[in-house]
Ligand binder design. Structure first.
Ligand code: FPP
Length: 231
C-alpha cells in the first residue's frame, strides 16, 4: 500500500461522465449510473484504506429533476438497492451514512431506506459517507438564511451561516474532485468550498478507481494551502 503523508479530511466528489460512458458503448444512460455505483464502492474502500474521514458524493442535484422520468427512477432504484443490501459496505466497515439536501420529494420507500441506513450507522465513526440528494448549493444557503431569519436576529456572521448549512456537522471540503474533464462546480457546496482545492481528472466516473484516487490525493499533497495568507 502506498504511504501518503497528508490526506484531506474531507473529499467531495462530482461524479460526472456516467451518461457519456454509457453512450460511448451504445448503452442506455442508466447503465452508466449502474457502473457509477461500482466506482462509489471503490472510492469508499479507498477512503477507508487511506484514512479519509469524510467523503461526500454528489448523487442527485436540485437540477437533476430536469432529466427524464426513466433516468431519475433509475438513479433512485440504484441508490435504494445500494443502501438496502444486507452485506452493505457501511455496516461491515464502521461507516456512518448521512445525507445533505431536501429529501421530501423522494419516493416514500427510498426515504425509509435512507432513514434506516442512517439509523443503523449513526454511531459508526471510521468514515462518514454523505450523499448529496436533491442538493443544490444555492438552495442550501437559501434554506440556511431562512432558518436564521426565523430566529429574529439582526446581524449574521459567516459562522452563523456555516452552522445552519446542511454540512454543519462536517469539516469544509479540503479536496473537490470532478471527473470527466468538465471544469464546473454545478451548484455543489458553494459556501463550503471557499478554500477547497479543486481537481479535474479526465476519467469518466464509471472508470474511476483507486489509482485515480491516489493520483488526486498526491496532487492535493503538492498544493500549498494559504487560505489567503502568505507562507
Ligand atoms: C453525472 O453523470 C451523474 C449523476 C447526475 C448521477 C450519479 C448517480 C449515481 C452514480 C447513482 C446513485 C447511486 C448512489 C449509490 C449514490 P452524467 O449523467 O451527468 O454524465 P454525462 O455528463 O456524461 O451525461
Amino acid at each position: 500500500m502506498e504511504k501518503l503523508k497528508k490526506v484531506p479530511s474531507h473529499v467531495a466528489i462530482i461524479m460526472d461522465g456516467n451518461g457519456r460512458w454509457a453512450t460511448k458503448r451504445g448503452l442506455p444512460r442508466n447503465f452508466g449510473h449502474r457502473e457509477g455505483v461500482k466506482a462509489i464502492e471503490r472510492t469508499i474502500y479507498a477512503c477507508l484504506k487511506y484514512g479519509i474521514k469524510y467523503c461526500t458524493f454528489f448523487a442527485f442535484s436540485t437540477e437533476n429533476w430536469k432529466r427524464s422520468k426513466e433516468e431519475i427512477h433509475g438513479i433512485f432504484n440504484l441508490l435504494r438497492e445500494y443502501i438496502d443490501k444486507d452485506d452493505n459496505i457501511f455496516t461491515k466497515n464502521n461507516v456512518k451514512v448521512t445525507s445533505i439536501g431536501v429529501l421530501d420529494p423522494f419516493p416514500e420507500d427510498l426515504k425509509k431506506s435512507l432513514i434506516n441506513i442512517k439509523e443503523k450507522t449513526i454511531n459508526f465513526d471510521r468514515l462518514n459517507v454523505c450523499f448529496a440528494l436533491n442538493y443544490g448549493g444555492r438552495d442550501d444557503i437559501t434554506r440556511a438564511i431562512n432558518k436564521i431569519i426565523e430566529q429574529d436576529v439582526k446581524r449574521v456572521t459567516e459562522k452563523d451561516i456555516l452552522n445552519m448549512l446542511d454540512t454543519r456537522s462536517m469539516p469544509e471540503p479540503d479536496l473537490i474532485i470532478r471527473t470527466s474533464g468538465e471544469m464546473r462546480i454545478s451548484n455543489f457546496l458553494l459556501y463550503q468550498m471557499a478554500y477547497s482545492e479543486l481537481y479535474f481528472p479526465k476519467v469518466l466516473w464509471p472508470d474511476f478507481n483507486e489509482k485515480h484516487f491516489i493520483k488526486a490525493l498526491k496532487n492535493y499533497q503538492k498544493r500549498n494551502r494559504r487560505y489567503g495568507g502568505i507562507t
